[in-house]
Design a protein around this ligand. Structure first.
Ligand SMILES: O=C([O-])CC(=O)C(=O)O
Ligand SMILES: [Mg+2]
Length: 217
């Protein structure tokens, strides 16, 4: 698929598959165990929001958290692929925020309920412009950062991922057929925290791109 088409992954993508607790320091900061296998959950594509539109706090949420993450954009259909064969299905990347209603998630965790509402509400997946693969020579050696109102909150390197991108994609493809335009969010480094109405969240991949979102009611 031509990357001009792939650049509109937000319009035609079918799935957003997210990985949880893929950085030890983040798992620890929320009091969670380090996973033995990738922890997966989904967001609906209706959760996408692009720059120029705001992030909206979901009804009843009193603790909306930012989680800055590297997104991997799939360019070709594949299923049950080995780690060594999977990267040819990657068309590029994006920067994303896995916006999380932490209070909803905490309640769901206590009750053993799914995270769907905590992670999948409208505007829970702000994304940057598409980044062609050529711009990221090594997805395991990039620096992600996130600030709120100009104050640094998160800074981490993708070299600290517990499961690297080929391992994640191979594992995911064992259970879900990956399709063009699908996006895999690869987990967040430490430093997650709350935002409120009027805040400005900025994120970046050092030397590659930045993005900015306002938080509204
Ligand atoms: O909510 C969480 O802590 C799990 C998650 O999405 C992440 O680690 O990126
Ligand atoms: Mg996350």
């Amino acid at each position: 698929m031509a990357s001009a088409h792939l650049s509109r992954f937000v319009d035609f993508g079918r799935k957003i598959i997210c990985v949880g607790r893929n950085y030890s320091e983040h798992a620890i900061e929320l009091g969670n165990a380090i996973p033995e296998r990738p922890l997966l959950f989904l967001k609906p594509t209706s959760s996408y929001v692009e720059e120029g539109s705001p992030i909206k706090i979901p009804a009843g949420c009193s603790s909306l958290h930012h989680e800055i993450e590297l997104g991997v954009v799939i360019k070709s259909k594949c299923s049950k692929v080995k780690p060594e064969d999977v990267m040819i299905h990657v068309g590029g990347f994006c920067l994303a925020l896995d916006m999380t209603a932490r209070d909803f998630q905490d309640e769901a965790k206590k009750k053993g309920h799914p995270w769907t509402l905590a992670k999948g509400f409208d505007t829970s997946c702000p994304v940057s412009a598409f980044i062609p693969s050529e711009k990221i020579m090594d997805p395991h050696n990039i620096e992600l950062w996130c600030s709120v109102n100009g104050v640094a909150r998160q800074r981490g390197s993708t070299k600290d991922m517990i499961f690297n991108v080929p391992t994640l994609l191979s594992y995911i493809s064992t259970y879900f057929t990956l399709e063009p335009g699908d996006v895999v969010l690869t987990g967040t480094p430490s430093g997650v925290g709350p935002v409120k109405v009027g805040d400005v969240i900025e994120g970046g991949i050092t030397d590659v791109l930045t993005m900015k979102f306002m938080v509204e009611k």
